[in-house]
Design a protein around this ligand. Structure first.
Ligand code: GDP
Ligand code: MG
Length: 162
């Protein structure tokens, strides 16, 4: 079976935009309203002659346990079911407590985890992304899913892990 890559993170960080960028189509639903992706949705993706499955997550309404616990649970599920995980952070916001909770879960993973610093639309935010090393997931990969900036570099890094 082809490798499965799950995309996790807080609502509105740009997970679905990144998925669309990677699959090269507009299929993952992107909205300004957080939590719009209804369920986990799997897409076929291709890069560098490789084929893999990309799973977009999100859309869980924070239940009684709250947003932080739901994002951590999402990360846990991804870690157990996917071959590699992309944790997406909104670099224009920086690391939040919810991002830290998800990182804590993913740090236990024996599978590859890539830290994606999204919304780096221009050089202004580049320097700030260095602070994301503190999440303990290794090198942050700055991208702009919206504009495609550095998404090719990200895909190269992804493929190395699969
Ligand atoms: P999700 O909830 O994590 O799936 O986030 P979405 O993909 O639905 O995006 C949420 C909002 O962030 C939308 O308004 C997107 O257009 C915006 N967005 C996504 N990626 C970027 C980016 O790289 N730069 C900027 N400026 N906005 C982005
Ligand atoms: Mg989404």
């Amino acid at each position: 079976a082809q490798p499965v890559l799950a995309v996790v993170g807080r609502p509105n960080v740009g997970k679905s935009t990144l998925v669309n960028r990677i699959i090269g189509r507009r299929e993952a639903v992107v909205q300004d309203v957080p939590g719009v992706t209804r369920d986990r949705v799997a897409y076929d993706a291709y890069w560098g002659g490789r084929k893999f499955t990309l799973v977009d997550t999100g859309g869980w309404e924070p239940d009684a346990t709250g947003l932080q616990a739901s994002v951590a649970a999402q990360a846990e599920l991804a870690m157990q079911t996917a071959d590699a995980v992309l944790l997406v952070i909104d670099a224009s916001v920086g690391a939040t407590a919810t991002d830290e909770a998800a990182s804590k879960v993913l740090r236990r993973s024996k599978k590859p985890v890539l830290l994606v610093a999204n919304k780096v639309d221009d050089d202004r935010l580049l320097a700030d992304t260095a602070s994301l090393w503190s999440l303990g997931l290794g090198e942050p990969h700055p991208v702009s899913a919206l504009h495609g900036r550095s998404s090719g570099d990200l895909l190269d890094a992804i493929l190395k892990t699969l």
